[in-house]
Design a protein around this ligand. Sequence first.
Ligand code: GYE
Length: 346
Amino acid sequence: MIYNGYKITHKVVFSLLLLLFAVSVSSCSPFNVDETSQNVRPAETEPAENLIRVGFSQLGSESKWRRANSISIRDALTVDDGFFLQFNNARQKQENQIKAIRGFISQQVDYIAFCPVTEDGWDTVLKEAKDANIPVILVDRQVSADSSLYTTWIGENMRKEGENAGLWLEKILEERGKNHDKINIIELIGTRGSSSQLGRSMGFDTVCEKHKNWVMLDREDGEFTTAKGQEVMSGFLQKYDDIDVVVCQNDDMAIGALQAMKDAGMDLYGDEKPIIVSFDASRQGLEMVMQGIIDVDVECKPSSGEKLAEVIHELERGNQVAKEYYMDEEVFTIDNALKYVDERSY
Ligand code: GYE
């Protein structure tokens, strides 16, 4: 095609289309917003021909964990490492994720990766990606759809995390001579229907079921945020006056719950306080473990970006990849938190 004296090749048209798309999926702005600092930096604009084009749909930015996960993806899928990344933040809405994925399909990116906000509801869009021959890689959370609809999953063992929390509780109650007492538990769950929530609750329940004296008083959705965690916890404090254990499915909610306890005049230190169980093991979470406020923090690693880059490179070489990749995770208490707190990036 010749236009105004310029020869327009298909490659140029394609690059322009991609650029247009990159601009539209990042909220109509030619800038990427840095997930932690809210700094604005110029987006990579034109994909060079030899770059691997990856469309990534992040589910939101509800927690420190999530922000660290977004940074890990951006840091790993760089132009220097051969990638052209289109990053979309769905702000907790599945419909936004589906819209972004459909956009990636129509742009014929080389790979689609996403962190699914909930487990259900992905079948149709995954079929669409499959029909378009675009490999899909799930990151962090899982989906209930048939596993033939995606290439691989990279994430954390939520069920194991929940079970580890329960096993630790079992041990500490025994050490304190309370293994036959009635133990009242409340749980601030993360986004209801997400695989992190379902896995952590199920894992914890497997241990709960073994103890007839453990009573799950209530479970409510704190949406993985500090503000909602605080709101849910103050509701629980009005409803129940004898809470022995508070399980918070992430540190951000734990921080909110602790604020609500403080506001209600409760002592956050000492033997009389409820046992606080949390997940993620963020820097702030570990600091609270060292202060004896949080009793156990089950680690969940957000640094899946590197593995994502590695898996894509493998696929590019035509190699087979595994169906699942699990991140390694630990359990932190006052006995081992100090060793890890300084290296925490989130
Ligand atoms: O624990 C929480 C977040 O899916 C494992 O999502 C993830 C969870 C993480 O926002 O902080």
